[in-house]
Design a protein around this ligand. Structure first.
Ligand code: PEP
Ligand code: MG
Length: 568
């Protein structure tokens, strides 16, 4: 078994076709006839643009607009005179077109690849693709025609350029293995869009295999087997069938309502960090946004985002969701999330310190800006305000007072907003759980943040691996806390959701159904899985299981029972 990066889920088993690298060497001769070399160069650029436009169009039709953007980006770069202008100057000075292309591209590749930012690094790989394409045109080298490989092929290459990937016929290619590339590289993005299992960054793979070798590509675990033993092969054939069965079962949940087996309707929302993620939530069939972690807007900046900038981001998310709920959590910084330009003090115990709503209420001017931005955006959809890390009633009251002041100001100045905008609490501290009955009287909704609730209930730093064995939502104390919060919400007549990771845990879902949770907010990619699991349980079945679970004394016993009772 060889390990690499799990870049596109699924299991592919097939016969290898190695895509050989072309020899792109040339003689760097001094050019005498500069004019005809300039023409050769310009013709190559035109051919590059024509071919790239054609491929982008093809990808747009066969795969999707988002994926076509990669090649459209290459066109933008080649249409910008910076790069081609530099190349032209070198040719004018007597260099051949090949060496001008190589020198200028290498200079930009070197510059971008040194930058820390992932997007900039990606730009380096774009320019590397452009370089290879231009050199092939200048040297008259035709690309291997990947569209013609036989059915059941596993493609092995050093790297797959977008141009190669655009020719992949997903009926014939069952897996992809490359030597370079990571989870966010173009090959990974395109493999995922085509739903072909892919393992990338497998060292030396092109040298280790030959055409017609059998390969297993486990794109879920990031593992590759070459000419596997019979028993491994048969195990993987079974696993592949199981995976395909599950996948088609999940796809059947697209566009469906979220209901238990006995017809109780529940809400299934998504957790997002940026307006771009809001699109993902919709694509993944989320029924709303249960947690918009607004701090990402602040962390991706070198200064405080202005009211207008924040308003634009919140409005964009609300518009993308087209009237479905978008619960925006106000700034949750401190703890493990530092924002350098805020100049927060170093603390002995940051998780117990000046963070989230505590910081916001201590810095009301900036909090006011955020609340105003959220409330202005509420005119464009169904936005709700959620307050993180509440520990006492005074905090939610203080936020509501600020909201009331903003309403007065907006009314006086004719600024549009949703007059019924709801304000709710995240319940994620032991204190909030213990006073959930009191908080429920002051809140329009609750959302349980199990990531922190577990940390604060168990007194365990959620990022400390030495105590990770205690960090479990299945600890009896945490389960009791969750049950209690949901009951307090129900008694007060307010909806209770959950936006911590536990909301998507297949073992937790039956317990949450039994306790009466009404809204589950999960990572967009887990929407269909959660909907599928919810559909398998009836309330009486979930209740019977929960009763047994709540009588157990240890986390180990609870997890064993839940595993035994899990529905596949
Ligand atoms: C939580 O604590 O459960 C939560 C959803 O918030 P975060 O993980 O951002 O702290
Ligand atoms: Mg939290």
């Amino acid at each position: 078994m060889i390990s690499g990066i799990a870049a596109s889920r699924g299991i592919g088993i097939g016969s290898i076709c190695v895509i050989k690298e072309h020899d792109l060497s040339y003689d760097a001769v001094k050019i005498e006839d500069v004019d005809s070399e300039q023409k050769r160069f310009k013709d190559a650029i035109e051919k590059f643009k024509d071919e790239t436009t054609q491929m982008a169009e093809d990808i747009r039709k066969r795969i999707g607009p988002k994926e076509a953007e990669i090649l459209e980006g290459h066109l933008v770069m080649m249409n910008d005179p910076t790069m081609s202008g530099e190349m032209g100057k070198m040719i004018a000075a007597g260099q051949c077109a090949e060496s001008a292309v190589e020198a200028v591209c290498d200079m930009f590749i070197g510059m971008f690849s040194k930058m820390d930012d992932d997007l900039m690094k990606q730009r380096a790989s774009d320019i590397s693709d452009i370089k290879v394409s231009l050199l092939k045109i200048l040297l008259g080298i035709e690309d291997v025609d990947i569209s013609k490989v036989s059915p059941g092929t596993v493609l092995v290459a050093r790297d797959l350029t977008p141009s190669m990937t655009s020719q992949i016929n997903k009926d014939n290619v069952v897996g992809i293995i490359t030597e370079v590339g990571g989870k966010t590289s173009h090959s990974a993005i395109l493999a995922r869009a085509l739903e072909i299992p892919a393992v990338l960054s497998v060292p030396d793979i092109t040298g280790l295999v030959k055409d017609k070798d059998t390969a297993i590509v486990d794109g879920t675990e990031g593992q590759v087997y070459i000419n596997p033993e019979g028993d491994i092969l048969s195990q993987y054939i079974i696993r592949r069938e199981e995976y395909i069965r599950k996948l088609s079962e999940l796809k059947g949940f697209m566009g469906k309502e979220t209901v238990t087996a006995d017809g109780i309707s529940l809400e299934l929302f998504c957790n997002i960090g940026t307006p771009k993620d809001a699109k993902k939530a919709v694509e993944c069939d989320g029924e709303g946004v249960g947690l918009f972690r607004s701090e990402f807007l602040f962390m991706d900046n070198t200064r405080m985002p202005t009211e207008d900038e924040q308003f634009a981001a919140y409005r964009e998310a609300a518009q993308i969701l087209e009237g479905k709920p978008v619960i925006i959590r106000t700034l949750d910084i401190g703890g493990d999330k530092d924002i350098p330009y805020l100049g927060m003090k170093k603390e002995e115990n940051p998780f117990l310190g000046y963070r989230a709503v505590r910081y916001c209420l201590g810095n009301k001017d900036s909090y006011m800006i955020q609340l105003r931005a959220i409330m202005r955006a509420s005119a464009f959809g169904k936005i709700k305000i959620m307050v993180p890390l509440v520990t006492c009633v005074e905090e939610i009251r203080a936020v509501k007072e600020m909201v009331a002041d903003i309403k007065k100001d907006f009314d006086a100045n004719g600024i549009a907003y949703d007059k019924d905008i709801e304000v709710g609490c995240m319940i994620e501290t032991a204190s909030a759980s213990l006073i959930a009955d009191l908080l429920a009287k002051e809140s329009d909704f609750f959302s349980i943040g199990t990531n922190d609730l577990t940390q604060y209930t168990m007194s365990v730093d959620r990022g400390n691996s030495d105590v990770a064995y205690l960090y479990s939502t299945f600890q009896p104390s945490v389960l009791r806390s969750i049950k209690h919060i949901i009951e307090c919400g129900r008694d007060a007549g307010i909806p209770v959701g959950m936006c911590g990771e536990a909301a998507a845990d297949p073992l937790m879902i039956p317990l949450l159904i039994s306790f009466g949770l009404t809204e589950f907010s999960v990572n967009p990619v887990l929407v269909l899985t959660a909907r599928c699991i919810i559909s398998k349980w009836t309330k009486p079945e979930a209740d019977a299981l929960a009763e047994k679970v709540m009588a157990l004394a240890t986390e180990g016993e609870i997890v064993s029972l839940l595993k035994e009772s899990a529905k596949e």
